[in-house]
Write a protein that binds this ligand. Structure first.
Ligand code: HEC
Length: 125
């Protein structure tokens, strides 16, 4: 009996600790993706994600419009993941889309894929 009670108490403590440290999938992951987008993507894709931004005039290729459901639904989640992790050339696109695999973990890249799907309000092909 006592063992079961200790187990229950431990489980509750573990849950509370996990909540505090963000190990339970929650709004935290989405927030982190939004922060990463602001930090690493807006200088080319823009704060609104349209691709019209300060660097646009200097890029030979226009950055993808992340809020366009038409453009974004033409890309699969896998290829979006690849483009972010390994850069434009990994998906046959421009080198002006840089690779982020060196600074973002796979989980963070997946978070960004989800963030982009929320921005375009669309699904991958
Ligand atoms: C230095 C400028 C630059 C930065 C910074 C940048 N991008 Fe891009 N991105 C581009 C350009 C240019 C393209 C268009 C490439 C093409 O169509 O050939 C692009 C294309 C893309 C595409 C579409 C790829 C495809 O297959 O069509 C995705 C998705 C993308 N970027 C996501 C991101 C994310 C997420 C970030 C931040 C982590 C980011 N980009 C940061 C310039 C940038």
């Amino acid at each position: 009996m006592k063992d079961i009670r200790i187990f229950k108490v431990t489980a509750v403590i573990a849950f509370v600790v996990a909540m505090f440290f963000g190990n339970v999938p929650s709004a935290d992951a989405a927030e982190k993706a939004a922060d990463n987008y602001k930090l690493y993507c807006v200088q080319c894709h823009g704060t609104a994600g349209t691709g019209k931004w300060v660097n646009a005039p200097y890029l030979a290729v226009a950055p993808r419009n992340h809020v366009s459901a038409k453009d974004m639904s033409a890309l699969s989640d896998d290829s979006v993941f690849k483009a972010i992790k390994s850069g434009g050339p990994a998906v046959g696109k421009s080198t002006q889309m840089p690779p982020f695999g060196g600074i973002l973990s796979d989980a963070e890249v997946s978070g960004l894929v989800k963030h982009l799907r929320a921005m375009c309000k669309c699904k991958g092909k």
